[in-house]
Design a protein around this ligand. Structure first.
Ligand code: NOJ
Length: 796
């Protein structure tokens, strides 16, 4: 009896909750939507008509996704996919790529299944599909939304040609800890930069029109706080205040939803003890009620069944929790497929909950035009055409960050290299490794298209180029790592056989360097083993014996240029102290060698800026510039600036600076830029006016930026604010505007940044975005260390 009452009460409260959400009202199907296409009356009428005809099994079929191709996660199911598709019990496949493979299943669905509902094919398209561009963290280093949009556009066109209308991208997780290997897929540490880029990715993929035959639906991931994994260990829980969640981790998702993102992916992690894949607060309250999202939510791979490991219930219970929280589709978990029907039949789950999830799946299928165009015509085989290469090179050129270029005695700055450079020694395990230069998560990219550094420099220098690999990325002792990472097919780790005698190969590299006038070292970490998913690190140095190689070559006294090829901020402390020139080149994709050469020889003036702080030691992590103030700040209140080592009783490390080795926003150029005194259009603004302004500016900050050097260059002009008197303490600096400005030598431009409620608001203790009377300090400059300062007041 007690059980009966409890159950009835539970059902009642669920019904009330659903009614509160509007799930039972007809209006809910066409309520104000984040994406007008998904809300269209005609589309929803088609959805309702189809839904009425569906059996419970067919409905649940729409809520499952299987990996019928290769695996990008553990324990791939191995079901009879043809039979399931013929019974209408596959809503979606992932990792089935290519016209032939997708058409195979689509023909079954369209010809054999009772209701002829097309299958939605999804795929990880992370930095291009067949054409591999630089990794997303590198793209963020361009600070160029147009670059992100371009990469997304190529990805969409190529994915669609391969039968894939749904991409699991962009990843918009804020990542403030490079121990977390997935920082590579992110736009780095900053919510403002991340939000601007999130919008650009969505636009590039979806083109504001899902029905276009070359648009794809995005899946914005991983909702939410996945990047805040405790200790940087992948899949670990996140624990944070709601304030931080709202102010730091949610904005890029909100931005992507506002841009019309058709789908989202729920994350593996828990947030404050509630798994993100069964989290009604984030998935229903915030996503659907506050943001009006009426697209589809797919779980991450196996994340529904992994709720059992999170210890929040058995299979049936966790499936129910996920579905009721708002996860519509179970990716490669097979739990919805096996346990939901029974629970609906026994009354534990109202069928209306299933119906709503099915609506969300069908809306996306209709919006993509899959019912009209279910098949993909066989096209010509992929080739990295000159046009594709040009796009990949243009983007890669913009992602390069010149970290250091100090003059060498008697030589001057090493970079750019003179075209007539005498003998150059190219050394390192990443100088000639096509697969690694492609970067992590290049699922359908093909290493054979990669131009390596060795190939590109050979082309320019001919026999003036000397080469030595020096060592491998890993040593024999690291071999255990290789065993763990053994993805099949396109994700294969590659054929790496660590060099048996490092000492010998390092000695050979030293001899090679001695014969040259300058040595270029191409070092980093193995992208396919130690970057991306399940690739957290507890240390952040170069892997294997690369550090020894670097030190041995530097000890020859030959000038050294270090090219870092990695998808995360590495610890470059020794290099920064001993190597005169350092270029952060990330994982640049198919045009790796050409793009690096463009910058080394000065054909391209580097313009990238760090989207992520580079630490001095791993112990500083998580390290980010937008720290909250303390009562005992080091170095005044700018604790991200280099500090006075003699300071005591302040918030600092005794054995290390607080500051980053290379801070957020940092990046040098072959020219110099000077900043004038910034000005504000108004010294005072009434608080009501700011609150009413929303996206409209109330104040404009202007600054003159001049190229004072001898070559043309592009500067990323950055604007930071600080709210000096808020009811909830605010970061010491926050990025709130940026612009890429190209200047000829001697040229000056006036750059303006509009500021309104969107830029100035913060979450108060009541968790409402607000603006209060205060003084805003403003800095404008070329990094988060900007010193050109002004201010304005918000008054009663
Ligand atoms: C797991 C990853 O977390 C996610 O980003 C990816 O989209 C899926 N696997 C599918 O491969």
């Amino acid at each position: 009896m007690e059980f009966y009452i409890t159950r009835s009460l539970r059902l009642l409260s669920l019904l009330l909750m659903l009614a509160g959400l509007g799930w039972f009202s007809a209006a809910a199907q066409t309520s104000p939507s984040h994406n007008p296409q998904l809300a269209s009356k005609e589309l929803n009428a088609r959805v309702e008509a189809l839904l009425k005809k569906m059996t419970l099994e067919e409905k649940i079929g729409q809520l499952v996704q299987y990996a019928a191709g290769y695996a990008t996660g553990p324990n791939a199911s191995n079901l009879k996919y043809d039979e399931l598709a013929a019974r209408g019990q596959v809503g979606s496949f992932l990792n089935v790529v290519g016209a032939e493979a997708t058409n195979h299943y689509q023909h079954i669905a369209m010809e054999k299944s009772r209701l002829r509902i097309p299958i939605l094919f999804g795929q990880d398209v992370i930095h291009g599909h067949r054409t591999t561009f630089p990794v997303p963290l590198a793209i963020a280093a361009s600070w160029d939304p147009a670059a992100a949009e371009l990469v997304a556009r190529y990805g969409a066109v190529e994915a669609r040609a391969d039968g894939v209308p749904w991409v699991f991208s962009p990843m918009v997780d804020i990542a403030r800890d490079p121990r977390w290997g997935r920082i590579i897929e992110s736009s780095g540490e900053d919510p403002y930069l991340g939000s601007v880029l999130a919008r650009a990715w969505v636009k590039g993929y979806q083109q504001d029109d899902l029905s276009k035959p070359d648009s794809v639906a995005v899946s914005v991931k991983h909702f939410v706080a996945y990047g805040a994994a405790i200790a940087g260990r992948d899949y670990n829980g996140a624990d944070m205040s709601e304030l931080t969640l709202r102010q730091v981790y949610l904005p890029p998702f909100h931005s992507a939803v506002d841009a019309g993102a058709a789908t989202l992916m729920s994350a593996f992690n828990s947030i404050n003890g509630v798994p993100a894949t069964a989290n009604p607060f984030t998935l229903t309250q915030i996503l659907r009620k506050e943001w009006g999202f009426d697209g589809l939510v797919v779980s991450d791979w196996g994340a529904v069944s992994e709720l059992i490991n999170h210890s929040i219930g058995d299979g049936p219970k966790v499936a129910r929790k996920a579905l009721e929280a708002g996860v519509d589709m179970d990716m490669e978990g097979n739990l919805y497929g096996t346990v939901i029907a029974g629970q609906v039949r026994s009354g534990k789950i109202p069928e209306s909950v299933v119906d709503e999830a099915v609506r969300r799946v069908l809306r996306v299928k209709f919006a993509l035009g899959l019912f009209e165009r279910p098949y993909t015509p066989e096209g010509p085989a992929y080739d990295a055409t000159p046009e594709r290469r040009a796009a990949a090179r243009k983007v890669a050129d913009e992602t390069m960050v010149l970290l250091k270029n100090d003059p060498v005695e008697g030589v001057g700055p090493l970079l750019p290299l003179p075209a007539k450079a005498k003998k150059v020694a190219l050394i390192g395990p990443l100088a000639d490794n096509q697969r690694e230069l492609l970067g992590a998560w290049a699922v359908t990219g093909d290493p054979k298209y990669v131009v390596t550094l060795r190939a590109a420099l050979q082309e320019r220098l001919g026999d003036r180029l000397l080469y030595a690999q020096g060592c491998d990325l890993l040593t024999g002792e690291d071999a255990s790592i290789l065993k763990h990472v053994d993805f099949e097919g396109a994700m294969a780790a590659g054929d790496h056989s660590p060099i048996p005698d490092d000492a010998k190969t390092i000695a050979e590299a030293v001899e090679t360097a001695k014969k040259a006038d300058v040595a270029i070292l191409a070092l980093g970490e193995p992208a396919n083993w130690m970057e991306g998913e399940a690739a957290s690190r507890a240390t952040l140095g170069f892997t294997g014996v690369q550090q020894q190689l670097l030190e041995a070559v530097a000890a020859t006294g030959k000038p050294v240029i270090l090219v870092v090829l990695a998808g995360r901020p590495l610890e470059l402390t020794w290099a920064a102290a001993h190597v005169p020139a350092i270029l952060e080149a990330w994982s640049p994709g198919i045009e790796a060698g050409d793009a690096v050469a463009d910058v080394l020889f000065g054909d391209v003036n580097p313009s990238g800026k760090l989207p992520s702080s580079f630490p001095r030691s791993v112990g500083q992590e998580p390290l980010y510039y937008a720290q909250l103030p303390t009562g005992r700040p080091a170095h005044g209140d700018l604790s991200h600036f280099p500090q006075n080592p003699a300071e005591k009783f302040v918030s600092r490390y005794m054995d290390q600076e607080n500051s980053a080795l290379f801070p957020f926003g940092w990046g040098l150029s072959y020219t110099r830029f000077s900043y004038g005194q910034p000005s504000v259009s108004r010294a005072e603004v009434p608080v009501e006016e700011v609150i009413a302004s929303r996206s409209k500016p109330v104040v404009t900050v202007g600054v003159d930026v001049k190229n004072t050097g001898r070559v043309a260059g592009t500067e990323v002009v950055q604007l930071y604010i600080r709210n000096t008197a808020a009811s909830v303490e605010q970061p010491v600096r926050e990025l709130k505007g940026f612009a890429r400005v190209t200047l000829a030598p001697g040229e000056q431009k006036h750059v303006e940044f509009p500021l309104g409620f969107d830029e100035l608001n913060f979450y108060n203790a009541g968790l409402k975005p607000t603006v209060e009377p205060t003084t805003y300090k403003i800095w404008v400059g070329g990094s988060s260390l900007a010193t050109a300062e002004t201010s304005f007041q918000v008054v009663e």
